[in-house]
Design a protein around this ligand. Structure first.
Ligand code: ZN
Length: 337
């Protein structure tokens, strides 16, 4: 388990070169066609003054997809983190900071998912429209936000694994973009509504898939605790070998506890994640197999923190959730286990 001090260390670890770029940009003021108005409460509002498309730099693939869907032709979107990239461990390179500093708008996932970039976003927010996709959930103190005790007062950032929560984030983001670019506010809202309808279908699909499993099989064991929202929304008990962040050290006591549980409760499979080294979960599997128990480890990974590669069934957000539900149900529901 990480304590507060070690978490602060992750958040503040940004390459020295990257900071030099940030500081220079903040001092000289990189140009972007937006105006900054100080509001009475001390917060800043940015209003887009250009002709578009609005150049938006995002962190994860799922956030970039949300912005593309909400923004349509009005935005030109790029994502810093591609498939297989772990956002917990991502340290921005100097080139990333240049891209962020040159953007008209920045959208990140938030809730400390991008732990090593938090301070950078705070600084950029003074000069750029910078918003977290999850900001609205926090502002409303949404009851579905998970606060795992081991994350010491912080929310679990993996909200995209609940399609209904992610749809709410899309609505919030459309509202934020509507304030940034008021002339197109209605279009942002309409597109978010359409995206929300698609996500409602994905939500329904995941719920129906998991419901096909016998109750005793609805136990999901993965490399890190990324699936808490998935479990809460679709009815699975969830255990991670590591905690909420992949940066946490593996706890050997936890590993042995899970091994005992697998055998006792006859759990048929555990799962690797696309952005976490397979050995993390393999270390759990081998001692269980050595005891003669046939524990499966599906070859197909779950996509926890990043979308799948282009051309795969998980390259889109909806595809990622459907892929995960399919792989989970196939492995946990297999006959003869
Ligand atoms: Zn994660």
């Amino acid at each position: 388990m990480a304590n507060r001090a070690s978490r602060r260390r992750w958040y503040s670890r940004v390459d020295a070169a990257a900071w030099i770029v940030v500081v220079s940009c903040l001092l000289v003021g990189c140009t972007a066609p937006s105006r900054t108005d100080d509001e009475a409460g001390g917060s800043t509002t940015h209003v887009y003054k250009g002709d578009g498309p609005i150049h938006v730099v995002c962190t994860t693939g799922q956030v970039a997809e949300m912005v593309r869907r909400i923004g349509g032709d009005r935005v030109a979107v790029e994502a810093l983190m591609g498939p297989g990239v772990d956002p917990h461990l991502y340290s921005p390179a100097a080139s990333d900071v240049s891209r962020l500093s040159g953007a008209d708008a920045i959208v990140y996932s938030g809730l400390h998912l991008e732990g090593r970039m938090a301070e950078l976003f705070e600084k950029l927010a003074a000069r750029r429209f910078t918003v977290a996709a999850t900001a609205g959930l926090v502002e409303r103190h949404d009851k579905r936000l998970r606060e795992p005790p081991e994350f010491a007062g912080l929310y679990d950032p993996h909200v995209w694994h609940d399609a209904a929560l992610w749809a709410d984030c899309a609505t919030d983001l459309a509202t934020a973009f509507g304030k940034f670019d008021p002339a197109n506010a209605e279009q942002y809202a309409q597109r978010a509504k359409q995206y929300g309808r698609e996500l409602a279908e994905v939500d329904q699909y995941c719920r129906e898939q998991i419901a096909t499993l016998p109750e005793s099989r609805r136990v999901l064991i993965t490399a890190h605790d990324a699936f808490g929202y998935f479990g809460a929304a679709y009815g699975l008990e969830v255990h991670g070998l590591k905690g909420i962040s992949t940066e946490e050290e593996k706890d050997l006591g936890r590993q042995e506890e899970l091994q005992r549980m697998i055998i006792q409760r006859q759990i048929p499979a555990v799962f690797v994640e696309s952005a976490v080294a397979p050995r993390v979960v393999q270390a759990l599997v081998e001692p269980v197999r050595d005891q003669g128990y046939d524990l499966q480890l599906p070859e197909e990974p779950l996509y926890a923190d990043a979308l799948g590669p282009a051309g795969s069934d998980a390259e889109s957000y909806a595809g990622m959730l459907q892929h995960n539900a399919r792989v989970i149900v196939t492995a946990l529901g297999r006959q003869g286990s």
